[in-house]
Design a protein around this ligand. Structure first.
Ligand code: SF4
Length: 217
């Protein structure tokens, strides 16, 4: 077994001990409300999204209702999440597409999801994993940074990181691991907070490391 695989196996075991439960961080009631919440979470914290969505979903929690809300009103409600003009238009437009093309349902495919305005591969992966139980590995900034600090990828870009992680972690663990890594990153591994030499996981994984890891964005 190669070293990278040994590291990956150790990570699976430690994260399972640390985070046996993985509640979904974004509050939602169905695939549509999760899709909207994930879209809102771009450049915004999950905590803030969870503060905003109750008001938005009280106004409209289905595509049928959302298309009747003026874009300017959606924009006002979601303003604290940032990028409000773009996100509000995307929410309105994608709701119309769901009605026109999918009978008001959220499509259960990467292709269908990624065609929707405001929905990229990461958002589609979260919805596929968390709403439909399809194995996916959405790479956000925490995962991108940790995968580099743990020596699992050279971290050229998020696509490469996703590919590298999918190779070393078993497919049936992707969805849970994705959340466990995010939880660990939030708790221990902040953007500038650590040089990669401090806590249990890095020191166990990189015992020969003598200098801090420089992570790529
Ligand atoms: S040692 Fe630092 S970089 Fe490594 S996992 Fe811990 S907090 Fe993150």
């Amino acid at each position: 077994m190669n070293l990278k695989q040994e590291k990956a196996d150790y990570i699976v075991q430690r994260l399972e001990e640390l985070y046996p439960e993985t509640p979904i961080p974004l509050d939602h009631t169905d695939p549509y409300t999760l899709l909207i919440a994930v879209l809102l979470s771009a450049q915004c914290t999950d905590v803030r999204v969870n503060q905003i969505t109750p008001k938005l979903f009280k106004r409209a929690n289905t595509p049928q209702k959302m298309v009747k809300v003026p874009v300017s009103e959606i924009e006002d409600i979601i303003r604290p999440c940032g990028l409000a003009p773009r996100k509000s238009k995307a929410i309105s437009d994608l709701s119309q597409i769901l009605l026109d093309k999918y009978n008001g349902e959220v499509p259960q495919s990467f292709e269908g999801l990624e065609e929707l305005p405001g929905v990229g591969h990461k958002t589609a992966s979260v919805v596929m994993a968390q709403s439909f139980g399809v194995p996916a590995f959405p790479v956000d900034t925490h995962i991108h940074r940790l995968a580099q600090r743990w020596g699992l990828t050279a971290g050229k870009n998020v696509e490469q990181t996703e590919e590298d992680l999918k190779k070393v972690f078993p497919r049936d663990k992707w969805n849970k691991l994705h959340l466990q890594i995010i939880f660990y990153g939030r708790e221990h591994c902040t953007a500038r907070g650590c040089d990669g030499l401090q806590c249990d996981l890095c020191s166990s994984l990189n015992f020969l490391r003598k200098t801090p890891v420089k992570t790529k964005k």
